[in-house]
Design a binder for this molecule. Structure first.
Ligand SMILES: [Fe+2]
Length: 262
């Protein structure tokens, strides 16, 4: 596991997390800005989730508030975790319909980008779509497969996750829209992903598994679903068979420059 400067906040005996006022201010800045940027860019299913969650603007929401909505829509919950968790814990949580949320928020210095997923990324980026049964089903299946997978298989599954749940785009009757939470929680990537700059490829799960990525740059390529239901259908296909095929075919050459060691 990598190191991080962040520490997740602990709840009191009632499960309430008392964030300092300055951290509520960071949430307010992020959500106010991002709700404007996603206008016309986020897919309808995500916007429906935003409407259901009714996220506060002036303060960081408590996980219990999110759980009420997720529980009533898809039976999912959010689970409080430390700033970084091992793959094993991640898959165990998803396999039991619990989405990990680290209860810390980025510092004002890292407002635009940080590598650790903070509470804004997890709640604003991922929780709206967890109210959607298709997306929820795919995420649950993914967790169960990941839990049973070997270390080598998990690397391929991680790329599938990256190219869908984190950085996926989709076509809709109203044009190409974003559903990936990694994009929707980043102002820069929300605009960039739909600009003419990056490459767009029709979604193919094996191709997604074969495509390398870097977590510290804007993505050079995005995969486009024909519709969100494609993820639900995929959940009922032989994903581990696809992993085996991807392993056999091997990785594509990266479309990004190698990371320069600091
Ligand atoms: Fe994420």
């Amino acid at each position: 596991m990598k190191h991080t400067q962040y520490v997740a906040r602990e709840p009191d005996a009632q499960g309430f997390i008392d964030y300092p006022q300055q951290e509520h201010g960071v949430w307010n800045t992020l959500i106010t800005r991002q709700l404007k940027v996603i206008e016309g860019r986020a897919c309808q299913e995500y916007l429906d989730g935003i409407e259901q969650l009714k996220l506060p603007h002036d303060r960081i929401p408590q996980l219990g508030e999110i759980n009420k909505v997720l529980g009533a829509t898809t039976g999912w919950q959010v689970a409080r975790v430390p700033a970084l968790i091992p793959f094993q814990t991640f898959f165990e949580l998803l396999a039991s319909k619990r989405f990990p949320v680290a209860t810390f928020i980025r510092t004002p210095e890292e407002l635009d980008y940080l590598q650790e997923p903070d509470i804004f990324h997890e709640i604003f980026g991922h929780c709206p779509l967890l109210t959607n049964p298709w997306f929820a089903e795919f995420t649950h299946t993914y967790g169960k497969l990941g839990l049973a997978a070997t270390k080598e298989q998990r690397v391929y599954l991680a790329r599938l996750y990256w190219m869908t749940i984190e950085f996926g785009l989709m076509d809709t009757p109203n044009g190409r829209k974003i559903y990936g939470g990694g994009i929707l929680s980043s102002p820069k990537e929300t605009v960039y992903s739909l600009s003419g700059e990056p490459e767009h490829q029709a979604f193919d799960p094996i191709e997604a598994m074969r495509t390398p990525y870097r977590i510290d740059i804007l993505q050079p390529v995005y995969f486009i679903l024909p519709e969100l239901k494609r993820l639900f259908d995929l959940a009922h296909e032989d994903i581990m068979g696809m992993v085996a095929q991807a392993q056999q075919l091997g990785l594509h050459a990266p479309k990004f420059p190698p990371k320069v060691a600091a």
